[in-house]
Design a protein around this ligand. Structure first.
Ligand code: NDP
Length: 420
């Protein structure tokens, strides 16, 4: 019989509230904060405390919706290498807002730009390095971590230099353009006894984290299939997209740049690495943007458990979506991996419910940065270590190989090709 219960009825809300309370995920829309007993001023709706002081006094510590920053002496100093679009708009503001981090250095090939950024964040010129003087970071005790945010082909050289200077490293995705380079970075981290994290921000994005918890708790039922589409237009008029059109620098097209979110996301959510891959790539004819790199990838994944997934990536339009198709409910992240405004909706036969985690999407930047700081300060595990970056670069290699061969390829649990 058809159920006419409208979405978001009390019953459905109670179901989601119970589900999420157990999972430690807040639902802003469904759960009100407990109100304290207050005197309401007639006609104003204003709620005043009964015992307000008449003059200036000390008051108790208020409740904090957010954790307070660590004392500056405990915060770790971060230097950012490569002051491009993502660094200036997201990474550096993220460091400035993080609890456990502070910006203490800049590495740039453009001195004028570096000086402007340094001034904006209260740094002196002595905090600025260029790519040739990075080794002097070894003498800079104010820098604990180097965050490498350059074009992909430049990551390995700077990451290794940072380790040689004795620093910990956060490296942007994709980690490098070949498995051998990823391995070199991991070896350098081991030799230095320092931590290496790949900046897979979705692992810290509250809606993605909520979807992962729902999946792990079995709330979606049996999930045998998932889809993910990640597309964004490549604009040659933008400085940041010029190197993305050059294969030796970018390493590939939409697959390595944005399809990696689909690949890494599905593997993370499923908790397993695919064992078989079938892929194809193509581009619109006569489009100069795609002389060296592909516009589109279409990838089928099969997993050891019997699960399957279909991924696409593209460079001509906008879409960032993940669907986990479950027997009890389908979790749809749409958008899944924007910088702000990600959404999670659970579709069941009764209707659709939106999940509102208790943090906004842009908490992903601060939480990611604090996560590495905590791992350094407390010796805890890194959720997205260099080995994960290496696995994904191996899988990308296998995807391109499948596209080249035009058939399924088998891959090992570490992501490397078993044949061909
Ligand atoms: P941009 O081109 O805007 O910035 C790259 C910066 O790297 C440049 O401004 C420059 O900084 C420095 N650089 C060093 N060597 C070179 C070189 N040979 N050619 C060009 N620039 C060079 O790129 P994005 O900020 O968009 O991307 C940078 C990295 O961040 C990439 O690995 C990308 O995949 C990743 N990224 C991650 C995102 C995420 O959500 N996690 C989002 C966007 C990008 P300077 O002038 O200071 O030397």
């Amino acid at each position: 019989m058809h159920d006419d219960t409208p979405p978001n009825t009390p019953t459905r809300r109670r179901f989601l509230e119970q589900t999420f309370a157990g999972l430690g995920v807040g639902l802003i829309a469904c759960t009100g904060r407990a109100q304290q007993s207050r005197v309401v001023a007639p006609g104003t709706g204003y709620q005043a405390s009964e015992n307000l002081p008449e003059g200036p006094v000390g008051r108790p510590e208020p409740e904090h919706d957010q954790e307070l920053p660590q004392d500056a002496s405990e915060q770790l100093g971060w230097a950012v290498a490569g002051l491009g679009h993502f660094a200036q708009n997201y990474a550096i503001p993220g460091i400035a807002r993080a609890r456990r981090a502070k910006l203490t250095g800049l590495v740039s090939g453009n001195a004028t730009k570096a000086q402007r950024v340094a001034r904006s964040y209260g740094l002196g010129n002595d905090a600025i390095y260029d790519y040739g003087t990075m080794d002097r970071l070894a003498d800079d005790d104010d820098v604990d971590v180097v965050y490498v945010i350059t074009p992909n082909s430049v990551h390995p050289e700077l990451v290794v230099k940072a380790f040689e200077a004795g620093k910990h490293v956060m490296c942007e995705k994709p980690m490098a353009n070949s498995p051998a380079e990823c391995q070199r970075m991991i070896d350098a981290a081991r030799a230095a006894g320092r931590k290496l994290m790949v900046a897979y921000r979705a692992h810290f994005e509250p809606h993605n984290v909520a979807a992962k918890r729902l999946f792990d708790a079995g709330e979606l039922g049996d999930v045998w299939f998932a889809m993910s589409d990640h597309h964004r237009p490549l604009n040659p008029d933008h400085e940041r997209d010029q190197w993305r059109m050059q294969k030796p620098i970018a390493g590939g097209g939409s697959l390595v740049d944005i399809g990696i979110y689909a690949l890494n996301g599905i593997i993370w959510l499923f908790g397993e690495t695919p064992s078989r891959i079938l892929a194809s790539i193509n581009s619109p004819p006569d489009d100069v943007r795609f002389t060296e790199v592909e516009a589109f990838s279409r990838v089928q994944l099969e997993f050891p458990s019997g699960r399957a997934a279909a991924l696409t990536s593209g460079y001509t339009g906008s879409k960032k979506r993940i669907d986990l198709v479950g027997s009890k409910g389908t979790a749809t992240l749409d958008p899944a991996t924007e910088y702000r405004g990600d959404r999670l909706v659970i579709h069941t036969p009764e209707g659709a419910d939106e999940v509102h985690p208790d943090k906004e999407s842009d908490a992903q930047f601060t939480d990611e940065i604090d996560h590495l700081c905590q791992a350094i300060q407390e010796g805890t595990e890194i959720r997205t270590p260099g080995e994960m970056g290496l696995r994904d670069v191996r899988l990308i290699e296998a995807i391109y190989r499948s596209a080249e061969l035009g058939r399924w390829v088998d891959v090992a649990p570490d992501g490397s090709l078993r044949d061909a």
